[in-house]
Design a protein around this ligand. Structure first.
Ligand code: FES
Length: 143
């Protein structure tokens, strides 16, 4: 394993073992559930908004190291972003893990998940939280 791969692995394990923003938010603006149909693992995502800006993000649920670390890093990254900026991050994250494109710099630590693009069965794990984010934004906009 290269040094870089080892660093990525360490980042993933740190977030999976001690996920950031784990726990429900009180009085969220929106709350959505999502699941990975291939394994049954679930996530619930909570967002608080001030106008168009995500001021807080949290999640609960259970899943593998990839899904938990992805949710942990995503909830760190989207705090303080507008809904459009969050959707743009989602697009860039999916371009990396679904299409195998190089990580966009804005993704920060999430670039640790770039190897998922070669592990097709794990793509649904990495995108679980992001699909919930997309659904949450849709719900806010259609309310
Ligand atoms: Fe279930 Fe990864 S194995 S989310």
């Amino acid at each position: 394993m290269s040094l870089l791969e080892e660093l990525y692995r360490e980042t993933i394990m740190q977030h999976a073992q001690k996920p950031h923003n784990f726990g429900p938010l009180e009085n969220p603006t929106v709350r959505v559930g999502g699941n990975n149909p291939s394994c049954g693992d679930q996530i619930e995502l909570f967002l608080k908004l001030d106008g168009n800006v995500i001021t807080e993000a949290g999640f609960t649920g259970h899943g593998c190291a990839i899904s938990q670390s992805s949710a942990s890093m995503m909830t760190d990254l989207i705090r303080g972003k507008t809904l459009d900026e969050a959707l743009e991050l989602e697009r860039k994250f999916k371009a990396m893990v679904v299409e195998g494109q190089p990580p966009a710099p804005e993704l920060g630590d999430l670039s640790a998940l770039q190897g998922v693009a070669k592990l097709h069965a794990r793509v649904k794990c990495a995108t679980l939280a992001w699909n919930a984010l997309e659904q949450a934004i849709e719900e806010v906009r259609s309310a």
